[in-house]
Ligand binder design. Sequence first.
Ligand code: FES
Length: 96
Amino acid sequence: MFRTRPEARPSVVEVLVGDRPVLVPAGASAAAAVLLSDLPAIRTTPVSGAPRLPYCMMGVCFDCLAEIDGVPNRQACMVTVAPGMRIAPQRGVRAA
Ligand code: FES
């Protein structure tokens, strides 16, 4: 029914979420890549270990904390994907 015009389609970027390669539109956030990966959780809470996935997508809830390119405690929704980026789940509290 509705389609994006071919010249308006964004290019895609391949990133790794956990061990999974994921194709994401260029300019999307790392949190979008997490949601596209079907990973069950990107972090667990420090107290109860409850699983979390990106929620607000605007830097408010901190449910998207992840290790991105080896740096822990990054808000994935505030980071734009780059080719070859590695987004890893974060378990509990991580020292910066
Ligand atoms: S999804 Fe809420 S801070 Fe990133």
